[in-house]
Ligand binder design. Sequence first.
Ligand code: ADP
Ligand code: MG
Length: 447
Amino acid sequence: MQKMKEIWQEILKILQNEVTAVSFDLWIKALEPFDFSEGVLYLSITSETAKNRVLKLHKEQILKALKKVSDEVTDFKIMTIDEKDSFLKENKTNEADEKINRPINNFNPKYTFDSFVVGNSNKFVYAAARGVAENPFSKINPLFIYGGVGLGKTHLLHAIGNYIKDKNPELKIIYATCEKFIYDYVEGLKNSKDRVNSSFREKYRNLDVLMVDDIQFISKATATQEEFFHTFNDLYQNNKQIIIASDRPPKEIATLEERLKSRFSMGLIQDIQTPDYETRLAILQKKAQQEHYSIDDEVLFYIAENCDTNIREMEGILSKVHFYANLLGKESATMEEVQEALKDQIRINKQDLIPERIIDCVCQYYSINKSDLIGKKKNKEIVEPRQICIYLICEMLDLPLSSIGQLFGGRDHTTVIHSREKITNLIKNNSRYKTIVNDLKSMAKRS
Ligand code: ADP
Ligand code: MG
């Protein structure tokens, strides 16, 4: 049963970024997993109305998220409490528990080096990942990959996994999201009094290749950082391969211990950037071919032009276009139909976006409190996010400078102008800031 809960936690994490905060709190959080059999995850919810609401609003998003999280889950069913009770009475077997308890470290077969399009934005990181896959345990250790949301980090980790599994099936590889790592650590402690011999250590030290995805989340968990440090040292000293992905470089992970930062710098730290137009187009063509979508070139150009920050979003648009054509009973949609279908997604909808949402996103991204962000603190950890936030509000919304100042504890318009200019310059001179700003923009647009 434990694994089912874990899968659901992972799904929640994805959905949190996919649906609005209100929807998430009202509908998604109300769902509770209670069974899993034959690829179907069963969720319960309090009422018939709530059930219909979730299905109407979020069916596709939930389906997509669960397919992303596990190859074993292919569908889900929502039941009201009454339906659940009668279902359980009829169907209860122990088999379901067993199935869900199998480890899930299957690599997604779609995420390979062959399906990864290489362009200027990612050629170095591709070379590094490929190098590690072909020659693990050599110089590139650890390999630390960082970059914005939806730019291919997880794809590359799976590509390394798939490659090694194919060429060296005897090697033991563990891929864990940071959340899974933290979870296993906490569970390990619960189930064992003896830390040194805990099941956690058995699992994470008895391996050849360790990959931890989205390591930035470790900043919240100090005890796990400690354990990760020891795991890292142990593996490293025994010449095991370590690969890590993060949305930002080690030095920008808040509250990451110095000694971990320095461990991460022992190998190669490589960034992945937002793709240029040609790469975006090539990715779209490849995906369309892979999924057997028939989509006009003109439409692909249009998507590549209009979606320039996040490949995952771009893929979402591509499949939306495909389904839209199906819905119209056509082989492929015309340009006009596509524009109509995508009008909400592609246009930044200024009316819908409010400054509070941007502020929330910045706070979430940097793990800081809203009161600090809009308050008077002058330390760098707060000032920079604050300036970025002001910049985003200026860029994304048509608000008078003085009202923006008001939002930040009554600062005057010169502060707003100063922040905007400062960040504009930083973006010009440092691609890292461009990525942060792009990530935050797509986060705010989605929330
Ligand atoms: P991240 O982990 O960086 O947030 P993912 O690896 O999940 O991003 O990538 C998001 C989606 O974009 C995936 O479906 C992935 O296959 C696709 N993608 C990203 N980069 C590329 C690329 N260079 N070529 C092909 N597909 C890509
Ligand atoms: Mg990822």
